[in-house]
Design a protein around this ligand. Structure first.
Ligand SMILES: Nc1ncnc2c1ncn2[C@@H]1O[C@H](COP(=O)(O)OP(=O)(O)OP(=O)(O)O)[C@@H](O)[C@H]1O
Length: 614
């Protein structure tokens, strides 16, 4: 049985001795695979959609003595001030492995179990915020992703006081520091791809082609409010009253709460805005007894590429989640706080299901349902969970644990919450059979054929539109223009072999961000400006890549529906004893994200290879 914090403190000398024994036998700690000074963007596996990291903070001065007390009824308990004893140890920084030291009590005395948890990265108490930023945001190129029309999301999870806000605020300030420089570099590359004469305005010369809008939302229990709203109104306990913000899907399926959206143009402006929102959160925290640990705070930066106004806007979402309290910790609170704790737990559990499903989807090629509509928190994170979204997205979750042995029960909860997000990228399979409707199966020739056909279709459309204008002018002048032959020669204005060089296929094009594809098209332009302007080409390029994404998405959805259908049939057979091929037994273990033991049923569907659990 795991022991309570007070009993653990009382038995601290024994636990310390047991820990020392373990320390003497342990394997040497494995460090990071690349030294900090040599880190570069995208030096890691870029195919991962969910990246999970663990972090533990150092013990603060006098913290153990102030926070933990020995059992006053125990006569043998030491009266010395309580000293720090580690509850978690880093076994490997990369891949990340934490060992949680779980104190227990048996008839013959205290015991110490050592549980191992795995992640992509593990940050020990000595790792500085700058290194955390470099190894999470920079290495995974999250800023470039959101500047390229994608969605990048970072979530800080953990027990109250474990260091979530410390990490998240540091990431927010570093984003403010680096975002605009990265944007200018990306912008300059984009402008250069359009040819040497394009930089006609100072904005284009410097690469300032992006527009940034910032919102800051707080979700406390079920109530969403705007952290940028300034209010003088306070309730009877002196808490600021902010307008309730509705969180719902609009008619076209977007979740866009009505928040104050502020345009920022420089690092200083973004920094000031973040400080303002954080100061509102902190004020509330002091007034409301650490509200920060009871609410989710979500900073969203929406990024528009002004040279591609018709492409999707990118987003960077930074979420400092509410503390993951256990029921025992909140049961003495008033009704409102109990309700908030219940809501927080619900939202965190739902978030867990969604992140797990997303991780599974990436690892297994997309056959799961993501229940993002079940809760306000996950609704707000729709851009990263909606499988129908064409935007590429990445989620990074940083799970925080307290360093103290007295908090190990909380720590193991946190680590077992986040560890299942770790996925191993799918093993390369054999060649996928050709499917005319699935671009992921096309070879180079088929891709060139499709690109040529689609660019020709768009060129004909423009040709027809031009002819209509001329025909109308001729009609007004009392003349009749010859009808345009259906097979009139048309110049598509780009070299498709340059867009998709030999060796490349539609599957490779499908992994490009929209601006990257547009860049490739601009570099492959063969027509002069009077035949095909850059703007026309950009619009066509967005249309082509949008259509390719659409075809891939439709193929994925079709395949997913087929699998879902076959799953249902097999489950029914199994329940009624019909027995699918090889389906002999049911597995226990956690249920899958779709609530139906996804892993288990999938195995049956694939011929009963055995049980994996959800
Ligand atoms: N890596 C670290 N190095 C040094 N001090 C840290 C570190 N992480 C956290 N701290 C300190 O620990 C304390 C608690 O951290 P923090 O407020 O970030 O926790 P939290 O998980 O956000 O708590 P809450 O849920 O209550 O908001 C703070 O005083 C913070 O400065």
């Amino acid at each position: 049985m795991a022991s309570s914090a007070t009993v653990t403190t009382t038995q601290l000398p024994t636990y310390r001795a047991l820990l020392e024994e373990w320390e003497n036998k342990r394997a040497p700690v494995k460090g990071f695979s690349v030294p900090l000074a040599e880190l570069k963007p995208l030096t890691k596996d870029a195919s991962k959609d969910v990246i999970v990291a663990f972090r533990t903070r150092p013990s603060l001065p006098n913290e153990a003595a102030e926070k933990f007390h020995a059992n006053p009824d125990d006569e043998n308990a030491s009266t010395e001030p309580v000293e720090f004893c580690a509850g978690v140890t880093v076994a490997s920084a990369e891949p990340g492995v934490f060992v949680a030291h779980v104190p227990g009590m048996k008839w013959n005395g205290p015991t110490l179990a050592h549980e191992t948890y795995e992640a992509d990265l593990a940050f020990g108490p000595d790792v500085e915020n700058e290194e955390v930023f470099q190894r999470t945001v920079v290495v995974n190129d999250l800023l470039a992703l959101s500047l390229s029309g994608g969605v990048a999301c970072i979530l800080a999870y953990g027990q109250t006081g474990s260091g979530k806000t410390f990490t998240m605020e540091s990431i927010e300030h570093r984003v403010a520091r680096d975002l605009f420089d990265t944007a200018r570099a990306v912008g300059r590359r984009f402008v250069q791809a359009q040819g040497p004469d394009t930089a006609s305005s100072p904005e284009l010369e410097t690469g300032d082609i992006f527009e940034f809008q910032v919102t800051f939302l707080e979700l406390l229990g079920r109530h969403a409010s705007d952290l940028l709203e300034v209010t003088d109104k306070v309730d009877e306990q002196g808490n600021p009253i902010r307008t309730e913000v509705a969180v719902r899907e609009d008619k076209v399926g977007n979740v866009r709460p009505n928040l104050i959206s502020t345009a920022v143009r420089t690092s200083e402006e973004l920094e000031a805005l973040i400080n303002r929102a954080l100061s509102h959160r902190r004020t509330t925290a002091t007034l409301r007894n650490a509200t920060s640990s009871r609410s989710h705070a979500m900073l969203t930066i929406t990024i528009k590429n002004t040279l591609l106004p018709y492409a999707e806007e990118g987003q960077l979402i930074l979420v400092d989640l509410a503390g993951s309290e256990r029921y025992e910790d909140s049961k003495d609170h008033d009704k409102q706080r109990m309700e908030e704790a219940r809501e927080n737990n619900k939202s965190l559990m739902n978030l867990k299901e969604c992140v797990r499903a997303k991780a599974k989807m990436a690892a297994e090629d997309g056959f799961v349902h993501i229940p993002w509509r079940a809760n306000k928190l996950t609704m707000l994170l729709k851009p990263i969970f909606d499988i129908e979204s064409r935007q590429p997205s990445k989620a990074m979750i940083i799970a925080h644990v307290s360093p103290h042995i007295q908090d190990t029960v909380h720590s193991t909860n946190t680590l077992s919450y986040a560890a299942p997000f770790l996925t191993i990228p799918p093993k390369p399979r054999g060649p996928v059979p050709y499917d005319a409707e699935d671009p992921r199966t096309w070879d180079h020739d088929k891709t060139i054929e499709w690109l040529t056909k689609y660019f020709t279709k768009l060129a004909r459309k423009s040709q027809l539109a031009e002819w209509k204008v001329k025909a109308r002018a001729a009609e007004l002048a009392g003349r009749r223009l010859k009808p345009l032959p259906e097979d009139a020669p048309v110049d598509i204005g780009v070299d498709v072999l340059k867009i998709c060089p030999p060796g490349s296929t539609a599957k490779n094009l499908g992994t490009l961000y929209t601006p990257q594809f547009v860049e490739a098209c601009l570099a492959a332009r063969t027509a002069s400006d009077d035949k095909l302007t850059q703007d026309q080409l950009k619009m066509r390029a967005v249309d082509v890549i949008g259509n390719l994404f659409y075809l891939i998405l439709t193929a994925k959805t079709r395949k997913r529906n087929e699998i879902m259908k076959s799953r249902k049939k097999l489950v029914t057979n199994d329940v009624y004893g019909g027995g699918a091929a090889g389906a002999g037994r049911r597995c226990g273990g956690p249920r899958g994200a779709d609530g139906a033991g996804a892993g288990m049923v999938r195995d049956y569907a694939e011929g009963g290879q055995g049980c994996k659990g959800g």
